[in-house]
Design a protein around this ligand. Structure first.
Ligand code: CU
Length: 67
C-alpha cells in the first residue's frame, strides 16, 4: 500500500473535491482519497493494480491535472 500527495491547482470548491474523490475511488486498487480544499491537495491511498502514473493520468483526463 502506498500514499501519494498531489497538488491540484484546478481545485476551486467542494464540488471539485467531490468529483475527484468519486472518479479516483472507481479505480481498482484505490482505497482512500482525502482532500484539503484550502491547500488544493489530494492524498490517495492505493495498492496494485493502481499506480501513481494511472492516478495522474486519470486526473488529467477529468481536467484536474496534478502539478
Ligand atoms: Cu469546484
Amino acid at each position: 500500500m502506498d500514499t501519494i500527495s498531489l497538488k491540484i491547482p484546478n481545485i476551486s470548491c467542494g464540488h471539485c473535491i467531490h468529483t475527484i474523490k468519486m472518479e479516483l475511488m472507481e479505480m481498482e486498487g484505490v482505497t482512500e482519497v482525502t482532500a484539503d480544499l484550502a491547500a488544493k491537495q489530494v492524498n490517495v491511498v492505493y495498492s496494485p493494480p493502481a499506480n501513481e502514473e494511472m492516478i495522474k493520468n486519470l486526473l488529467k483526463e477529468i481536467n484536474y491535472p496534478a502539478e
